[in-house]
Ligand binder design. Structure first.
Ligand code: MF3
Ligand code: CO
Ligand code: CO
Length: 230
């Protein structure tokens, strides 16, 4: 399967569901999803390279429906993951859930990074600091910028009604990267695998809701209750 094929499947699904793919035509981006494979941390452009056994693939889906954007991604392994890849993906999933679970009214925005970066480090992974989550709603990428690392902890106070993404990128090696000549693809310098999960969340009166869920309420990272009881 090529990532172009995944893009075609996704494009048909957006249209069938009455959504527009937010990335299509966004600042010159030409595809309906981002597919970031192995050492690509984010913004990979679907292409005609067939995926291979063991590839680590993030699929980032953004839908514009009824005047609002939703942004959601998950990372998969092609075939059975090695223990190292399984650990990377599983830790990134849990880091994302921990970041989301930290959100609530009255908290400061740095609560997300506080929940994510020390946890990732404790498992031996790095966290990308130059890209973060973002406010989202009528606009695809809005304020605030949501750091996943503690480089400059934000004191922005969260209030009910805010919507933003939590989307940490974890790396196996060094958290330094470079942009490809295509102007989008961000690739780690050491070529070691990276992973990412992303959800769009809403600050509520009592805590946080994950908005990017299936019709049955399922998320890509599990449920907040799982984490509390784990
Ligand atoms: N979905 C990405 C995000 O999480 C943004 C993709 S913009 C694109 O913010 F142009 F690269 F598709
Ligand atoms: Co996003
Ligand atoms: Co996204």
């Amino acid at each position: 399967v090529t990532t172009d094929e995944l893009d075609a499947v996704a494009h048909a699904a957006y249209v069938e569901l009455g959504a527009y793919p937010s990335t299509l035509g966004y600042r010159g981006f030409t595809k309906s999803i981002c597919t970031s494979v192995n050492g690509v941390i984010c913004h990979g452009i679907p292409d005609d390279r067939p995926l291979r056994h063991g590839d680590v693939v993030n699929v980032d889906v953004t839908a514009y429906v009824d005047g609002m954007h939703g942004d959601n991604s998950a990372t998969f392994c092609v075939g059975d993951p090695s223990p190292a890849i399984a650990g990377l993906i599983e830790t990134t999933r849990e880091a994302t859930l921990r970041g989301i679970a930290a959100v609530g009214p009255g908290a400061e925005l740095r609560c997300v990074a506080e929940a994510i970066e020390p946890f990732a480090w404790s498992r031996g992974y790095g966290v990308i600091r130059e890209y973060g989550g973002h406010g989202i709603g009528r606009t695809f990428h809005a304020a605030p910028h949501v750091d996943h690392g503690l480089q400059s902890p934000s004191t922005v106070v969260l209030v009910p009604g805010m919507t933003f993404t939590v989307e940490p990128m974890l790396v196996t090696g060094r958290a330094t990267f470079e942009q490809a000549p295509d102007g989008w693809t961000e690739h780690v310098d050491d070529d070691l695998p990276s992973a990412q999960f992303e959800h769009t969340v809403l600050v509520t009166d009592t805590g946080v809701d994950i908005l990017t869920v299936t019709a049955e309420g399922k998320t890509a990272v599990g449920t907040l209750d799982d984490l509390v009881t784990a």
